[in-house]
Design a protein around this ligand. Structure first.
Ligand code: 2P0
Length: 322
């Protein structure tokens, strides 16, 4: 009747951008990510037969409107699956800035899925938990697992994430937090606009599965350079596709571009670093763990106002004993 779970954010190396089914959150293409060992979300779900509506608290503040409805609709799915009808109190703490393109909805819905499933008495394996988390937020399907994770496209039954073996591949991610303010347009709206209006979307949908196959091959061979090049290329393709939507969706700012240039300059200096960006201005740089401090120092020189988070591969969702 009460459970607490923790989940970490993940950063996609091959991106999810576009839904084949908006209601079920089925992606147009597969994607692949690295779960980080930083900035978890911790969520408690407690059933309370005395409540006549769900109560959702995020970072100490009561949620209302759309964000609260999104959680309530998610809990409706869990109630339908469990046969229980009680409403719940949800208390969630996000240790990263919410809505800043730092994948907080991924850690958030992964933690909520695990805590709600346990509180309502559902016994789900990783696959079923990933499918459930997907309904809250597509990228949350991947934060169920640790390390490198692949999320499959397909119908409701087939679209789950699973971990990918990556022997001998040691990755670090330096996250440059340029602006912690809320993003200009939600990723859900931005991807729906991109699929509906960008003439380049067909090219994205056609080439991303190929890049995903190449990425799996690179991972199997622990080919760090190929992993990095595919990561940077896939991110640039995604942002080019959405820049061609109308009205255009453009997340990179001048500060982001300066850090993309700095990453290219690092490579010219012999430090292998590759940039990726999501639905916000922040820049995440993939590098070898031994180079992370130097990468961060160079990026900080270029943007002294940025905050930094340095991460490695982290674990999947877990229930926490209270
Ligand atoms: C990703 N992003 O693969 C991509 C790359 C942002 C850019 O998944 O509508 O919050 O809740 O399924 O998962 C962010 O979008 O979107 C995202 P919904 P989500 O990480």
């Amino acid at each position: 009747m009460r459970a607490t779970a923790e989940a970490n954010p993940n950063i996609a190396l091959i991106k999810y951008w576009g839904k084949a089914d908006v209601e079920l959150n089925l992606p147009v293409t597969g994607s692949l990510s690295l779960t980080l060992d930083a900035a978890p979300t911790r969520t408690t779900v407690a059933l309370d037969a005395g409540l006549d509506a769900d109560e959702v608290v995020l970072g100490g503040a009561v949620l209302s409107g759309r964000p609260a409805q999104r959680v309530e609709r998610f809990l409706d799915l869990v109630r339908a699956a469990s046969g229980r009808t009680e409403h719940a109190r949800v208390d969630s703490v996000n240790l990263i800035p919410t809505g800043a393109g730092l994948a907080s909805s991924a850690s958030g819905f992964a933690a909520l899925a695990a805590a709600a499933a346990a509180a309502y008495g559902l016994d789900l394996d990783g696959r079923a938990l990933s499918r459930l988390a997907r309904r809250g937020s597509g990228s949350a399907s991947r934060s169920i697992f640790g390390g490198i994770v692949r999320w499959h496209p397909g119908d409701d039954a087939a679209s789950f994430a699973e971990p990918v073996d990556a022997p001998g591949l040691d990755l670090a991610m330096v996250v440059a937090i340029i602006a912690a303010g809320p993003k200009s347009i939600s990723s859900t709206e931005a991807m729906n606009r991109t699929t509906a209006t960008s003439p380049f979307y067909a090219g994205w949908a056609e080439s991303t599965p190929r890049q995903l196959d190449e990425m799996l091959e690179a991972i199997a061979h622990a080919d760090f350079t190929a992993v990095g090049e595919l990561t940077e290329s896939n991110s640039l393709r995604m942002h080019a596709t959405m820049a061609a939507a109308w009205p255009p969706v453009r997340y990179p700012t001048a500060a982001s571009v300066a850090l993309l240039d700095a990453t290219r300059d690092l490579r010219a200096d012999g430090i292998e670093a590759y940039a990726t960006m999501d639905a916000g201005p922040n820049v995440k740089v993939l590098c070898r763990p031994a180079d992370a401090a130097r990468v961060e120092a160079r990026l900080a020189e270029v943007d002294p106002t940025a905050d930094f988070l340095s991460a490695r591969a982290g674990e999947g969702v877990r229930l926490i004993d209270e």
